[in-house]
Design a protein around this ligand. Sequence first.
Ligand code: PD2
Ligand code: ZN
Length: 306
Amino acid sequence: MEFAELQPDLKQWIQDAVTRGQCQSKVMDALLKAGYQPSIARAVEQCIATHTVNPNGAAALKPELNATPEPRPAAKPSETTDASSRFRLFEPEKNVYDLGDRQVEILLAMKQPNIVLFGNLLSENECDGLIEMSRPHLQPSRLVNSASGSFDIGEERTSFGTYFDRGANPLIAGIEARIARLLGAPESRGEPMQILHYQSGAEYRPHFDFFNPEKPGSKEILARGGQRVGTLIMYLNDVEAGGSTVFPKVSLDVLPKKGCGLFFSYANADGELDRLTLHGGSPVISGEKWIATKWLRLYERDTGHA
Ligand code: PD2
Ligand code: ZN
């Protein structure tokens, strides 16, 4: 749907709301509650994007994320599971989250960059099941070429991997439902689950998981679900040596531990993409490393990866 297809009075209402200081997610929330379908999201985004200057002359949108920051304090993701909730920060309010089927522990929490380490996120059987299910499908991992939008093989990323569509089988569906309950973000905003296998020596050099909105290759990717807002890396095995997930700008190394999950979101307190989330997978020195990754988008997205 194009901007022109929104009724003029609705267009006016959206622009007035933005001028009053409402952020895009709040506008969408109100429209969904009023009975509009989630598929209206892109037209709303486009409508707001054409209205970037508020009466005070300040940019009404953070261009990088295409959304203004939520008013603080941040939303409580674990308590907001409706389809319209957006992601800013995961700020734990308790040390253990009872998700019905599992008690997930908070092992580490950082505000900026927003990083949370979960313990007991996956069971041993779930980890083993994901690995076995992936073995026959592994292919060399690819990188998004931000200039062209193509997916290229490169020495920056030397793992092998595969993807499973949302709800591909009961194991994937159960894990996705748990992630949605934990993070308070609907499954429909998740990309397919990626499984990666790093052999000894393999690595993923430091990068950002969000797409550079200024690069032409990002346009098509951003059109399907909007910007990425968060990453959940789930560790599927214990690694003998190496293979940590590193955040070089904040000197943090997270060691892989079977069943744990590492979540980080990229919108800082000002609603801008947070470059402190630069991260990489350090080389596996001994043994092998398996992870599952779930990326969250700002909006609902169809299936199929990136
Ligand atoms: O394997 C990792 O630890 C890792 C590091 C950085 C994974 C990803 N990024 C990713 O899947 O985006
Ligand atoms: Zn990454």
